[in-house]
Design a protein. Sequence first.
Length: 422
Amino acid sequence: MSALFALALAQAATAQTCIGGLCDAERLRPFLEKLESAKSAPEPVRILQIGDSHTAGDQITGSWRTALQARYGRAGRGALPPGRPYAGYLTRDITAGQSIGWSVNGIFGAAYSANSNIRLGLSGYSLTSEQPGATVTLSADSGRTFDRLTVCALSGPGQGSLQLSLGAAVVAWSLAGAEAGSRCRTLDGNGEATIASATVIGGPVTITSWSTERRLRGGVVLSNLGTVGAQFLHFGRTDDRVVATELAAYRPDLIVVAYGTNEAFRPGFSASVYEVALRSDLTRLRRLAPGVPMLLIGAPDSATKLPGLQTGESGTSSPCTGNGEWRPTAALASVQAIQRRQAKAFGIAYWDWAQRMGGRCVADGWTQGATPMMRGDHVHFTSRGGAEIARLLQADLDTAMTQLVDPDRPADTTTAPATTAR
């Protein structure tokens, strides 16, 4: 076989059909089919996104949630970390409260302890208390009521009990058991409620996540479970049994994986090490959520002024036209290429976030103007920028739905046509 022919075969094997920035959208067909009929479905369509600060801040996912629920119906706020796990914790559409008497554990940052024996789940955080009366609450914002509460907690020998309340509905829940494990308990109310709570009856109790929903027919739930500063490898600090229990309780129709920014800003970044880690993390997630469609979102465009991050194993990042001070990290292009390659290898959909922003070196422009779309750090997005990212993502999903599920559905003309990317 000639080298030229071998190269042609390799290129053909890596070719992807993309709709705007959405590649291999066929992998999302089961999700798109459910979304297309979400208004009249007996159960909500559930989207669960894990990621870094872009996910935790809820600027993007919050705007995406608002748009989806305006179109298909509001089915609740979805899964959240318990209580208020860190300073500056923000939510949209719901307010979380927490009394004294709780300690926090997490997969990354100040909440992480390598010596902790507390097992963690999907949210990346847990709250533990031995103090009777310690309480966490969820309050509906602006009339966004709910009538279903699900709480997930650790169970096993010596575990205590909780009182769960949803409006007027109250139930006691024992977490004692013969073996260490994880349980989720769902409490349905007698009507729409504005507040829910979990209160320690007797400790110790460790809550790993909780969720609010509405039992009205159809609609969409979008859960954002992010950890500020985290990389996908930090999600590996969660416990298999806890994650599996929570996935069974929350039943996502789509899992969105949105890491990459912190990997690209990691000093001493190694492409080979990252590729191995990404393969391992995706393998584990697929094992824990068999058959659930997944969407891997590529790292967005971003920039730094730090010379140490502008140079790496692949050389020095080339300057951006008009502003040589700010430029992408040397690792960003490698992170994006590896994400695209591994998404295809795993047979999951990929969304090219950076390409939909406008390509390399657009971050500086996004920070400009009277109402900028990115903050001055050239990494994080403003509420306007988050809304624009959500619009672009949903536009590509709309076009994919038109092409794959409902050819008679009017296409979003703001979405780029299908292309072939390598």
